[in-house]
Design a protein around this ligand. Structure first.
Ligand SMILES: [Zn+2]
Ligand SMILES: [Zn+2]
Length: 168
């Protein structure tokens, strides 16, 4: 797996590294495309390793309004702390972003964090364009691509009554 860093190759101090892998290797090709890219900085000491990463990956998006499929780069930052210890306390195990490395470990695998953070960063609302005109609610054509002759019922009797009351 290429989302791994062999930390034993690095001296104490700050180090930058780049990891990349195809989304197929991470089994997230249903929602993402191309290469997932991690730009990381590692701060290594004798007792702990702090890794800050910037993740960039192409998300396969489907517009909520017009159902167009398109790809969009999503980007997020995450931080992990690895304690180098052979006596890990089980109380801390559930905390996200905190890991333990024993003296037999020599690699850090960032693929799980990459998958998790990519999925968390997917937007809830997706629009191909903020001005997307969507689909015609009557005939279903994509109004970004063609005009249709449907007459939408824009008049709302309650609203018109209110306008009359206000003398508008
Ligand atoms: Zn759209
Ligand atoms: Zn129409």
């Amino acid at each position: 797996m290429s989302m791994q860093i062999k930390f034993t190759n690095y001296k104490d101090g700050l180090h930058k590294f780049v990891l990349k892998t195809e989304v197929e290797e991470l089994s997230i090709e249903e929602k993402f495309a191309g290469t997932a890219l991690l730009n990381c900085e590692m701060d290594k000491s004798s007792t702990q390793i702090i890794i800050n990463c910037n993740l960039q990956v192409n998300a396969k998006q489907v517009c909520d309004r017009c159902t167009a499929e398109y790809e969009d780069v999503i980007e997020t930052d995450f931080k992990n702390i690895y304690f180098l210890t052979n006596n890990r306390s089980s109380a801390d195990e559930d905390e996200s972003g905190i890991y333990y490395l024993s003296s037999s470990d020599d690699k850090i695998d960032l693929s799980g964090d990459t998958i998790e953070n990519a999925l968390l960063t997917l937007p809830m609302k997706v629009l191909c364009n903020k001005d997307c005109k969507g689909l015609c609610s009557i005939c279903g054509v994509n109004k970004n691509e063609e005009e249709c002759n449907c007459v939408a019922e824009t008049s709302n009797p309650v609203w018109e009554k209110l306008l009359k009351l206000k003398g508008l």
